[in-house]
Design a binder for this molecule. Structure first.
Ligand code: ADP
Ligand code: 5GP
Length: 203
């Protein structure tokens, strides 16, 4: 998987021997505000490295290949699964999503704090393969507010919104599996709370 040449947090030889930082997994129902919070965090703290996932989903208006996602076809995704080049992957609401393994491992080796924004199925796989990862659940202030945000975003057809809300019920029931819960009432507050968790020393 290509690494963004503009990415200042890329591992370099001078980083060899740096102490390992935490791998933080952020998860939560679709529409709760994960992307908004992560974008806000990265805007203020580019030193936190955010993994860019591969997906078979079509780009939304305004999304750029290599920025929000690497957009790939089903065959390319299959190839990556077969080669073992994904740290985890899952099917979510009709599309496939996965985390390229090598860039994550390189950043952790270089002592860079790493953030993954992935669904519950993926979070469970990372829990298995990297037991010292730290898992954060982003919760909505209420079910009604989650529905409002997901429909208000206006990026999905009504039947896709319904699939995502069905998945959201399952995801909300899994909150207790996580190491911490943050309630997304204020983006700024959650950004600061998440940053503190991401930068905490690896135990
Ligand atoms: P996710 O990445 O979890 O699917 P998004 O970040 O796309 O969710 O957010 C879904 C919608 O909710 C967007 O329209 C976003 O602007 C809005 N949103 C996110 N956080 C908040 C918040 N704290 N208060 C109000 N609206 C929010
Ligand atoms: P969206 O289509 O709204 O961008 O993402 C849908 C869901 O897929 C969200 O819950 C998001 O966190 C999750 N997701 C994004 N990338 C990955 C990934 O690499 N792996 C997994 N398992 N889920 C992902």
């Amino acid at each position: 998987m290509p690494i963004d040449p503009e990415d200042r947090s890329a591992a370099g030889p001078e980083d060899a021997g740096a102490p390992e930082r935490r791998l933080t997994v952020l998860s939560g129902p679709s529409g709760v505000g994960k992307s908004t919070v992560v974008k806000e965090l990265r805007a203020h703290h580019p030193e936190v490295w955010l993994s860019v996932s591969v997906t078979t989903r079509a780009p939304r208006p305004g999304e750029t290949d290599g920025v929000e996602y690497f957009f790939v076809g089903a065959d390319e995704f299959e190839r990556m699964v077969a080669e073992g080049s994904l740290l985890e992957w899952a099917e979510f609401a009709g599309n496939r999503y996965g985390t390229p393994r090598a860039p994550v491992e390189e950043r952790l080796r270089a002592g860079v704090p790493v953030l993954l924004e992935i669904d519950l199925q993926g979070a469970r796989q990372v829990r298995e393969s990297m037991p010292d990862s730290f898992h954060v659940f982003l919760a909505p202030p209420s079910w009604e507010e989650l529905v409002r945000r997901l429909t208000g975003r206006g990026t999905e057809a009504p039947e896709v919104v319904q699939r995502r809300l069905d998945a959201a019920r399952v995801e909300l029931a899994a909150e207790k599996e996580f190491d911490a819960t943050l309630v997304n009432t204020s983006v700024e507050n959650v950004r600061d709370e998440l940053l503190a968790l991401v930068l905490a020393p690896k135990v």
